[in-house]
Design a protein around this ligand. Structure first.
Ligand code: SF4
Length: 309
């Protein structure tokens, strides 16, 4: 079934084993900075996409070979669109003591069933990229049924009901959300949500809109004290993943399974697949030739991304 992927090094969660709960680019939003490209299925409808028992079997198999810091519900779209996310978290908790994190855009938090489904997660990481309706529509391009006030109130309500950790991610974009006025509005909304941590991020991976660019680290650092609690700038990686020297056999599909959830550099692929860079290189070259993978240069760093055909 291949819904479990990684481990990948994420900037927030360190070594994280991912579970992808929705088909590629099935999302409630179409963020202009999305590293997976444009949303192909924008929807608010919650669906049972995959069998929970099958996912748990796959997870148990994977956990025999790795010890991640988190099991992360994320991947190639919005995980709260999976109707079974609550049941899945509950079953993961019966399987392992590894903490469960959920990466979400938070758009569906206005729905009580979505908030209830996430109560058992250890960490929930929603996004807040705008502090007003105009910028929200411009940056996140949500399903038209949801306005900014509904979205923000959903996040505030979740804070009242949830006793786990909320780590809010704020992603700033050059020329759009890099002015003091925009950032102060975001900080004011963030204060209403009252998260445990705030992670300040910018465009560092190939965005859906190729014209976008990010802020420098020093620019981000200028804004951290505007937030309560003080924001943390999340660098690209807390530590660089160690590449593997394993010579085990892999297939092109193994590489695609990782890139479908997360654009990666060669070293990240080597880490995620536990196979040497030398074995990955010719397969990547062939996948690029077949136009199944594209290559980007982001600030001098070569990243590979899945091409959704
Ligand atoms: S960044 Fe996340 S929320 Fe935004 S379009 Fe991509 S998958 Fe959806």
């Amino acid at each position: 079934m291949n819904r479990v992927f990684g481990p990948v090094y994420s900037r927030r969660l360190n070594k994280s084993l991912g579970i992808d709960l929705v088909p590629f680019k099935t999302c409630t939003q179409d963020c202009i900075y999305c590293q997976l490209g444009p949303t192909t299925c924008k929807s608010l409808e919650r669906i049972s996409f995959y069998n929970v028992e099958d996912i748990i079997i796959e997870l148990e198999q994977k956990l025999k070979g790795v010890s991640p810091d988190f099991i992360t519900l994320a991947g190639s779209g919005e995980p709260t669109l999976c109707k079974d996310i609550g049941k899945l978290i509950s079953n993961i908790k019966k399987t392992t003591s590894i903490p469960v994190a959920v990466l979400t855009n938070g758009l569906l938090f206005f729905q009580p069933d979505v908030r209830a489904d996430l109560l058992q997660a250890d960490v929930v990481c929603p996004s807040l990229d705008a502090g007003n309706e105009y910028t929200f529509q411009r940056v996140n391009k949500p399903d038209p049924a949801i306005d900014f006030e509904t979205f923000l109130n959903g996040l505030i309500q979740f804070r009242h009901e949830y006793y786990g950790k909320i780590w809010l991610e704020v992603l700033l974009i050059r020329g759009i959300t890099d002015t003091m006025e925009e950032i102060i509005q975001i900080a004011q909304c963030s204060a209403q949500i009252n998260p445990d941590r705030i992670h300040l991020n910018t465009v560092t991976r190939p965005p859906s809109d190729p014209a976008l660019s990010g802020l420098t680290l020093s620019e981000l650092e200028e804004f951290v004290s505007l937030f309560t609690p003080t924001a943390e700038v999340i660098a690209e990686y807390p530590t660089l993943p160690e590449t593997s020297t394993s010579q085990k056999e892999i297939q092109p599909e193994d590489i695609l399974a990782v890139l479908q959830r997360h654009p990666c550099s060669l070293s990240e692929l080597s880490f995620a697949l536990d196979v040497s860079e030398g074995l990955i290189k010719p397969l990547i070259k062939e996948l690029i030739h077949q136009q199944k993978v594209e290559v980007f240069d982001v600030r001098g760093r070569e990243l590979f991304r899945f091409v959704n055909k």
